[in-house]
Design a protein. Sequence first.
Lengths: 251, 244
Amino acid sequence: MKITDLVKRYPTGTEALRDVSLNIETGEFFGLLGPNGAGKSTLIHCSTGLAQPTSGSIRIFGNDAIDHYEEARLAVGLAPHDLNLDWFLTAEETLDYHGGYFGMPKRERRERTKELLKTFSLTEKRDDRTRTLSGGMKRRLILARALMHRPRLLILDEPTAGVDVELRLELWRYVQQINEEGTTILLTTHYLEEAERLCDRTAFIYDGQIVARGTSSELASEYGVSSLEDAYLELVGRMELSRAKPQEIAP
Amino acid sequence: MRRECNRFFKIKRQTLGAPLLETFLYISVFGAALGTRIDTLQGVDYVVFIIPGLILMAWAINAFSNNSSSILQQKFQRAIDDQLSSPASPLQSLLAFSLGGFLRGMIVAMLTFIAASILVGIPVENVHVLLPALFLVGFFFAQLGVLVGVRAEQFDDVSFAQTFVLQPLIFLGGVFYSASLLPEPFQTLTHFDPVYYMISLVRYGFLGISEVNVPFSLLVLTLATAALFMLNHRLFVRGYKLRA
């Protein structure tokens, strides 16, 4: 995924993204961290067609993702932060229709749906309407939906926000597994531990700009601290919240 | 489109049953009750006279309300993002949304026609006008539903359009009476109601009686439908109120 000079300006004049450039290598597990309103979701929305960039380019596996987006979108699976499931559909239909939107033939959809429902322990709930599912089940269904068409790039927008520890660990294990199988992953999260544990590289986004990028240790070193968490706190100017011992904080 | 049809079949009591009951009540109240006092209109029984308008009304209102409420509901839940982030083109998305309401309207209209045929018997005099007229009316109101659904920000916007714009235009367009019977200035004012021409076309198709120039009305209806479709397509391409 190659983002070049991306700008997103809303009609109100708010500049949500300011000349963002980012390069995510194939097969990488990439994290995007930043406070609320920094531009994480806008970046994801621009990459998936949910927002129209003002200028700049986004290429996904070499394909334009803005104007001639068909190939690019086929390669992307999005698990949004919001539980945006259609209340009228059952769990099974949710996956089946998603496959249809991405041009999967009927037989393939049926097999893939069965496989994903089993993987995410939703088989028994396949005929239940989505609004009747628990929060954890909805979260699993959203991840299953994102994977339905076998995307090569999986975008996870705060996938573990508000989920219990058990489900969080379960989701971590699953996304690590699919990353090992070759899927590129872009993850946004507020949980620094999550980014530290899962991501090969991480970028900090702040006020619509990418202000730093690298491995956790590179970022810590760039900010002159000992952990990704402290690097983040340094970025947002809240070092007084650091849990590091005083001697661990570089002068 | 399968999703749209699935939706209205899942709530068929509301989407198919209620409109049918409504039409049956119109036939009973206006046809049976008023019909005993109004003998004939333009040479046909009053109850037969109103049925073409009822069929049009069933198609129009159902096509409109299906599309407007379905789009708004999906926007509200953000479930529409799943479709917007797919490789589907704006044209494909627009057609899928449009045809969902179109089909619901068509099913209700056909059931109304069958019920009316059984209850009172209704002729089909000009099928070559009736079919294009009904299809154009259905597609026009399906497009109007899409337009209102895309623009709407709350459910009140949809019900406002239906209650304060659509239904008055349909009722005052001459479903239950002939505009030629109205005193001035209401007779002239009726000619500014586009639904009046649609009802006249459909009535001509069924009963062979018309108060308007049929070829010209068909042409204008075709152009209006095409214009609305192009406007909606433009909104989908721009992502107006759909994408940020």
